[in-house]
Design a protein around this ligand. Structure first.
Ligand SMILES: [Zn+2]
Length: 89
């Protein structure tokens, strides 16, 4: 009966622990090898590439910037202030 209990509870527990450590090592290895690449992809998607603000020189993401089309060229500004300065200049 005791042996049965050990088998009933200890073996599933060991399998669980083993599976968890295997999964963790697999996942951890995967994460460390591709973390920088996937992080970059998440931070800078194709639609949010960096554009230079012509007024202050700050790089702003195209998706988050204020845009103005001047002579067919899209300019990206970091703030309303820079846009005003550009228009005043
Ligand atoms: Zn600016």
């Amino acid at each position: 009966m005791i042996r049965f209990l050990i088998f009933r509870f200890l073996v599933p527990l060991l399998i669980l622990l083993l599976a968890r450590s295997v999964l963790r090592s697999l996942f951890g290895g995967f994460q460390s090898s591709s973390r920088s690449r996937s992080a970059q992809r998440r931070d800078i998607p194709a639609s949010a590439e960096l554009k230079k603000d012509p007024v202050c020189g700050t790089y702003v993401s195209a998706a988050a910037s204020l845009t103005r089309v001047v002579h067919g060229e899209t300019l990206h500004f970091c703030s309303e202030e820079c846009l005003k300065k550009y228009r005043a200049a």
